[in-house]
Design a binder for this molecule. Structure first.
Ligand SMILES: Nc1nc2c(ncn2[C@@H]2O[C@H](COP(=O)(O)OP(=O)(O)O)[C@@H](O)[C@H]2O)c(=O)[nH]1
Ligand SMILES: [Mg+2]
Length: 261
């Protein structure tokens, strides 16, 4: 029961965010390894239009803020810095739960251009959960200083998602980042991120289980939900069940005839 209540706490947190925003057009999450400039990007985008809140039931503090771009009002949440979404620290759980169950319209992964390989681990994990991902290639000034050159076009086409170069400390590239977010969220184009392939037996099981999850029409990729169900991480499985139930209620509300499932 505890986990169910905790999961519903997430929805309370989101409801509160919505009320505070007096409705926004899109919810964007900022994820990334520690020290990649996430908070600098957050401050650059939201200015003083921000406040902090506690994640329900945890000591983790999340900064949330708002900004306008091209006539749209966007809410932005600065997630805790993490190297992965799989291990069990509270920060990783909060980041993972927000990305999954918070159903952000976009996730911006802020990466350190001086050590991109390490940063891509988290990016690839997020790309398994959702297609709505943008890479913010930050600290490019530091990379240049270290004579590291990054082929943005190639990176973009290899990953299948937009890659936006920035020097957040100087506000360089932040307008381009805002425009890329709007294009991703309101532009009607769905990216096709490159996804990790597993061994054939697992792929067969994943295909079967994903097919069972498709009818829920979740924002979270059914393939990722299937992977986690197969992991048998029990607390997470309970959250997924709670999410599917919440999702079904939500879908029912917006179904004109109120079809009974
Ligand atoms: N040189 C350089 N420093 C940056 C850039 N973006 C952020 N920083 C600095 O990197 C440090 C960590 O930034 P912060 O936003 O706190 O990172 P976070 O841990 O990801 O939230 C701070 O000293 C920032 O001023 C950048 O593009 N270039
Ligand atoms: Mg920070």
């Amino acid at each position: 029961m505890g986990m169910t209540r905790q999961a519903s706490g997430i929805y309370a947190f989101l409801d509160e965010l919505r009320t505070a925003a007096q409705d926004y057009h899109a919810l964007v999450a900022l994820a990334g390894n520690p020290n990649t400039g996430k908070s600098t990007v957050f401050n650059g985008l939201t200015g003083l239009n921000q406040h902090t809140g506690n994640w329900p039931g945890k000591t983790v503090v999340l900064a949330k803020g708002f900004y306008r771009h091209q006539g749209k009002r966007l809410a932005l949440v600065d997630l805790p810095g993490t190297y992965s979404l799989l291990a069990q620290s509270v920060e990783e759980q909060v980041a993972r739960d927000f990305i999954c169950f918070g159903e952000p319209d976009a996730v911006v992964v802020v990466t350190d251009a001086t050590c991109l390989e390490r940063n891509l681990n988290l990016a690839l994990q997020i790309m398994e959960i959702t297609s709505q991902v943008i890479i913010c290639l930050n600290l490019l000034d530091e990379a240049k200083r270290k004579q590291i050159e990054i082929d943005r076009e190639k990176l973009q086409s290899l990953l299948g998602i937009p890659v936006i170069p920035t020097v957040a400390r100087n506000h360089d590239g932040l307008d381009e980042l805002k425009t890329a977010i709007n294009r991703l969220v309101f532009g009607g184009e769905t990216p096709h991120p490159r996804r990790v392939r597993y061994d054939p037996d697992l792929e067969t099981a994943l295909t079967e289980l994903s097919a069972e999850l498709e009818p829920f029409q979740t924002r979270v990729n059914p393939r990722w939900l299937a992977l986690r169900l197969l992991d048998s991480d029990y607390p997470l499985v309970k959250k997924i069940i709670s999410y599917l139930n919440h999702h079904r209620r939500h879908t029912l509300k917006s179904t004109p005839q109120g079809v009974k499932l």
